[in-house]
Design a protein around this ligand. Sequence first.
Ligand code: ADP
Ligand code: ZN
Ligand code: ZN
Length: 740
Amino acid sequence: MYAEIIVDIASEQVDRVFTYAVPDMLSLLPGMRVKVPFGPREKEGFVIRLKETADYDERKIKPVIAALEDYPALLPPLMELAWEIRGKAHCPLCEALRLMLPAEMRGGRIKVKTEEYAQLTIPIDQVEEAIQRQGRSSKRKLLITLLSDGQPHPLEELRAMIRDVRTPLNFLVENEMARVFEKEALRSPYYGKIDAPPDPELTIEQEEALSELIPALAHTQKPFLLHGVTGSGKTEVYIRLVREALKGGKGAIILVPEIVLTPQMINWFRSRFGDAMAVLHSRLTPGERFDEWRRIRFGDARIVIGARSAVFAPVENLGVIIVDEEHEQTYLSDRFPQYDAREIAASRGKREGAVVLLSSATPSIYSYAMARRGDYMLLEMPHRVLNRPLPSIHIVDMREELRLGNHGMFSGLLTEKLEDCIAKGQQAMLFINRRGYASSVNCRRCGETIRCDRCDVSMTYHSVDQTLRCHYCGAVRPMPKACPSCGSTYIRPMGTGTQKVEEELNRRFPGAGVIRMDVDTTTGKNAHFELVDRFRAGQAQILLGTQMIAKGLDFPRVTLVGAVMADLTLNFPDYRSPERTFQLLVQVAGRAGRGEKPGEVVIQTYQPDHYAIAGAATQDYRAYFDREFQRRKTDLYPPFTMMARFLCEAKEMETAKATAEMLKNRVIQEFGNTPLWKRIFFIRSDEAPINRIQDRARAHVLMKLLNHPDTDQLLARLQEMAGEEYAARVVLEINPASLA
Ligand code: ADP
Ligand code: ZN
Ligand code: ZN
């Protein structure tokens, strides 16, 4: 027997299968990880295929040294998927294969944890009889009672009850009445037991959606796009669909944008499915992640909830893949090899005959366009459950407030509504798109903003220790006494951060109680869960936070939502800024009025007429979509084109820019006289919008490529170019999550 093996070395030169001989005592299967000799060293590798004969001189073929596990770590459909990723991301196959496994598995860094167990080997009455004759110490007696059910008991547990349990146990073992053995132990990320609420009666819209989805479990269809307004009960649709899949013996993957932002989703699923569910996310310890992965691989957990990379979870006989909040940019991986979890979900679904369900209250322009074109099946849930109304939304023009002499961060309307809400004993959520005490520090005389010298972004003032911090690289500086540019002492923090709003709220509404959720208050492993629980339990009336409170949370007692600075995202230099602003505002507004009492929303903005803001205010997705779609078409942005860029990073800006310039010229030279040139609609080299991060200067070559079958050829060539040596570090990004 011979095995075709991909050696786990990420290099273009080694990116092909090597043939090894399989020793007789090894039984290998495709997908297994093995140890093989490679040059003078031993390397890990993946078995791709087994075959009877070698195509060249058998004497030169080296044997496989050992199998790393006794089961295939990679399932066949995932191996096929890896080939697809290799083709699309232009990476070596082994890098695509690595995506499918917990990182800890490589290099044998994580060991299977074992636990010792004790168990009787003969019936209890015989033990008692024998003990009668041999004499019985009280410890022996207690031990026998504990083991009397004949089941294996962890030594750990026995030790807790009997001091020095080894002595009586050894006695039993020596007299062949009991045995001690090792068993695999699972490190489980246990969140506590949760009682299942009774199933709600489905709404008509939920019924209708499920009547399309459930039959698709038997006859695969195109992917579905579920456009359901906030509070329409999308989660219940997922739960019912997953339950149907389980009934048919199939498994499910539910992707969420960021697991720490969705504690409630996990709770809901855990309460319904208990231990049949596994959770995969970055806050697990490596051991926990490996054990969860194995529970999935061995079929003990048939349901997986996880972030982006859970799309590669080794679920066999996959029935459903759900992508919740499909518009979120976290589904695009930012590391090489780049992939889009939504695309992988669609491809896996097709390959494995699973239902693919993308879902959002604010679908991405791309997905909605696919649905319009008929490539996805559109399902709609335009109403909230139990006839609850959507919140009523008020827009406040902050320029007007300033003219009226209000220099504060709360408009008259928001203040009034807050007072009212608190007086009535209800709850409010305030959303701010920043963290820290205040945002930037500006000079009121010359207008200068203090920027990080390493990152070219404004630094943020933190009142606790009166420092300036850069949120890109973590640099900390003392607050300067005078403007570095004009020397004026009239410099002060501008804008508004969560901490400053918290202080102001505590001052204005003493006794209301404020819980602040931002990057600073949620560093601990369970901090998110705890803060969310405290707010739900009514320990505070106001929840104040950044993006992380915008999504997914369901607090029935919240009747008021305020977006304190709605347009911060709108001013960001990216063609997707309107899309992001719209999504964020609709999500934020969607937190209001989810219980019995209707909700109200106040959006404070300087650009009340912008279609993204006005669209969010009227909650009119289609009007906004048409506007945005038209703009993309006219200005040739995705999905009508592809944005690609070479990102060049170097110590000096000169170097980064020169490399970018040179790459641009090479592209023009190489393609200028070829038919492929027609596919490059736009090319420009420049400093990146954020021109320094972590003390690396950043420049880029920005390209708009037309969608066309032979653009792939072009991309492959561009990827090759990026792989060459330059004075600057160069990566090629295709439709990246951020163009900053
Ligand atoms: P979405 O994700 O669409 O914003 P959720 O799934 O969070 O909405 O559901 C909103 C609320 O409605 C939740 O509290 C949920 O328990 C409840 N809910 C869902 N379906 C029903 C139903 N059929 N009847 C009553 N309540 C429901
Ligand atoms: Zn100044
Ligand atoms: Zn910095």
